[in-house]
Design a protein around this ligand. Structure first.
Ligand code: G3I
Length: 449
């Protein structure tokens, strides 16, 4: 009987997924040795980031800054880049507190998400009373000025924040900006693109996590429309503020995947989950897994460092307690990031074998095992037993390509099918697959030469 690596993989993946989930649920367990020991480093293993919101007023707190510097590789200003902070008087821009955050982050080698260029809330007083074309022009000037000032320093901008209505309408929220015309959002995105062509431009909102909610569908339709008309949008931010009344939806992965399929990155931008202990930890685990399972989910940001830093501190929604100690939720996130460097199949350690018998007797077994993974490629190894005179066929699926091999003499039957033979370096050989978004394992089969 010949088993393909893929067919065995399907079976073993289920058990491996359960094992990974169970492993990650061992609250308080230390990360596996060799695994990354901070959130940012763990996220980087799969080419992602792990960020936090930062308040300029807390940068003098050594506990706060110590955790910030150690754990996170992306920073969002919690309030300091908002419209009221950056343009307190019309035409007078104020960047002092925002600069403190940006400079601290960049000095530490961290990247910055910009939050937020246009929003109905936290507008300066002068803007709140404006309407019509003067408001539209003031908004566009704000977007242009702020994005230009920070050009080259921002990884992604929340260009427009929270423009959709809650509830069942699926439509826009009423606001002074909305009343300037339905095209205000795309106008803001075009202005931002002109001001900073290299920043990713995101639409950011809350209560858009559940795929079946009208608000989620409304935002989806807008992004779909923008993509079809060439409005410059690169990413969608999911704030992800959860509590018992608004729990993590079971279809979160579906939501992220469906948005990503429109051709945008998705990011979890303001994550916090009220609760405590293992229940909170498991919800954090689920959100992290949902992101890791979507290749275009490029990173996660939590909305603050310690529970006491949160905008809803009484709900203890963050990864560190008020003393700066790691919570169970921290460990569950770190473990998932370490186990989950694979945005496709969730297995990291399983092996699978294929065995074939020669008509003339004797046979061989080829065992495939996963190797290192990166955002664009992964390694695999095959160990052969039963003979030193083996011929192993490795078949990858489109658009995968094998881009390197070692310890074997390889030839090609087609772009997808490689034949591997011994080259004097023993019975284990390896290869690198450029996956093109397809993380399926190759199938391997062995025959005696
Ligand atoms: O700094 C002043 C202080 O001087 C004053 O004594 C005090 C009195 O109320 O207010 C302080 O300012 C507060 C500011 O946070 C800094 O703590 C504001 O009142 C308060 O409104 C502001 O809340 C922020 C909120 O946005 C405003 O909408 C939160 O910190 C911030 O976490 C929150 O962040 C938002 C995101 O931008 C968008 N998504 C939702 C998220 C949570 O609401």
């Amino acid at each position: 009987m010949t088993l393909t690596a893929k067919s065995v993989a399907r079976v073993t993946l289920v058990s491996a997924l359960l094992t990974a989930v169970a492993g990650a649920a061992i609250i308080g367990a230390s990360p596996a040795s060799g695994a990354a020991s901070t959130l940012g480093a763990a996220a980087q293993q799969s080419g992602r980031y792990f960020g936090t919101a930062v308040a300029a007023g807390k940068l003098g707190d050594s506990t706060y800054t110590g955790i910030l510097n150690r754990e996170f590789d992306m920073v969002t200003a919690e309030n300091e880049m908002k419209m009221d902070a950056t343009e307190p008087n019309q035409g007078q821009f104020s960047y002092g507190n925002a600069d403190r955050i940006v400079n601290q982050a960049r000095n530490q080698g961290k990247r910055v998400r910009g939050h937020a260029l246009a929003w109905h809330s936290q507008q300066p007083g002068w803007m709140q009373n404006m309407s019509g074309s003067s408001l539209r022009n003031a908004m566009l000037n704000h977007v242009t000025q702020v994005a230009t000032y920070y050009r080259g320093k921002i990884y992604a901008w929340d260009v427009v924040n929270e423009a959709f209505a809650d509830g069942s309408s699926g439509g826009r929220r009423d606001s002074n900006l909305q009343r300037t015309g339905n095209d205000w959002i795309e106008a803001a995105f075009r202005a931002a693109r002109s001001a900073d062509p290299n920043a990713k431009l995101c639409y950011n909102d809350y209560n858009t996590d559940n795929w079946s909610h009208a608000k989620t569908q409304g935002v989806y339709r807008m992004v779909q429309d923008f993509k079809s008309r060439g409005v410059p949008i690169d990413c969608v931010g999911f704030q992800a503020h959860f509590n018992s009344g608004n729990p993590v939806p079971s279809n979160y992965h579906t939501t992220l995947q469906n948005f990503a399929a429109l051709g945008v990155d998705v990011q979890i931008t303001e994550l916090d989950i009220e609760g405590s202990g293992s229940s909170q930890a498991q919800q954090y685990q689920g959100v992290t897994q949902a992101c890791l399972s979507v290749p275009r989910c490029t990173g996660i940001t939590v909305w603050g460092i310690r529970d006491s830093d949160s905008w809803r501190a009484s709900g203890t929604p963050l990864l560190f307690d008020g003393n700066g100690n790691k919570k169970a939720a921290y460990t569950s996130v770190l473990n998932v990031l370490n186990n989950g460097t694979d945005p496709g199949p969730t297995s990291t350690t399983s092996t699978t074998t294929t065995t074939s018998s020669n008509p003339g007797g004797g046979g061989c077994t080829a065992t495939y095992s996963e190797g290192e993974k990166w955002s664009d490629r992964f390694n695999g190894n095959v160990t052969v037993s039963g003979t030193d005179n083996w011929i192993v066929t490795v078949t990858v699926s489109s658009p995968q390509r094998i881009i390197a091999t070692w310890n074997t003499s390889a030839s090609w039957d087609s772009a997808n099918v490689m034949t591997a033979r011994p080259n004097g370096n023993g019975n284990t050989f390896g290869f690198t697959i450029q996956h093109g978004g397809n993380w399926n394992w190759p199938s391997v089969s062995c025959r005696v030469g």
